[in-house]
Ligand binder design. Sequence first.
Ligand SMILES: C[S@@+](CC[C@H](N)C(=O)[O-])C[C@H]1O[C@@H](n2cnc3c(N)ncnc32)[C@H](O)[C@@H]1O
Length: 261
Amino acid sequence: MTDTSLVNRYRSLAARVYQADKPIGRSFGDVELYSELLRGTAGPILEPAAGNGRVLIPLLAAGREMVGTDPSEDMLDRCRAECESRGLAAALSVGRFDTVDAESEYAAVVIPAGSIQLVLDPAATREIVAGFFRALRPGGRLILDLDSLHALAETAPWAKSWQDGDDLLTLTAVSESVDVVAQTTVAQLRYERWRDGVLDTTELEQFALRLWGVNEMWLLLEAAGFAEVRIHAGYVRDAAIDADTRVVTLEAVKREAPLDH
Ligand SMILES: C[S@@+](CC[C@H](N)C(=O)[O-])C[C@H]1O[C@@H](n2cnc3c(N)ncnc32)[C@H](O)[C@@H]1O
């Protein structure tokens, strides 16, 4: 992997394909689980990889105050347009996980779709989680998804297509490398836009992930100061993980401030 400008960028065509594949209203069960877990909280919610708003917009529509950031202008533009078309207002701006700079501000920080895995360096993830901890109010919670380590072995190539107006959008994915020791995978994502059978645009992305063991992330969350960590397998609240689990949601609670005496 040499050209970092190709890694996890979600540029124009990628954002369009994301929208075609995962429009607002599409849920893997995650939107329902996140809504349920957030029901007992009050106050602003930060989604620091908000993308097209697939999770942010249903929460906004349910009356939550949402703050969304994303490094991809193309994804943010889609999120802005989706909010505007529904008459919804969210605070949206460019930002990365490591630029979160807030002090006891949020009731929750949410990171669906395994997006924390886009950070490849575990030390950087530790710093990022420390930043989320600082950004949370006492009693606030960090909710994030992980793919299980099955993903390290899932390297078969695949292809998908969408008819989007006059354009045919295609995405093909080929595994480039897997490092089982570092728990990283790199795939080449080739996005294409075709019209009348003629290729118009191609975009290449190197899609790199750092996968986490569930217990490994649990320990990281505890080390960051979270008092209580809960696990939900397969987007079912309190469901226990087993050997077939593909996706795990971790919910980590920041302890309430001790009472002054
Ligand atoms: C899989 S999408 C998730 C979008 C949305 N949260 C959802 O659940 O559908 C991942 C998003 O993470 C963003 N992203 C990539 N690297 C990031 C980073 N270092 N910090 C924050 N967001 C990042 C991408 O631009 C993309 O919009």
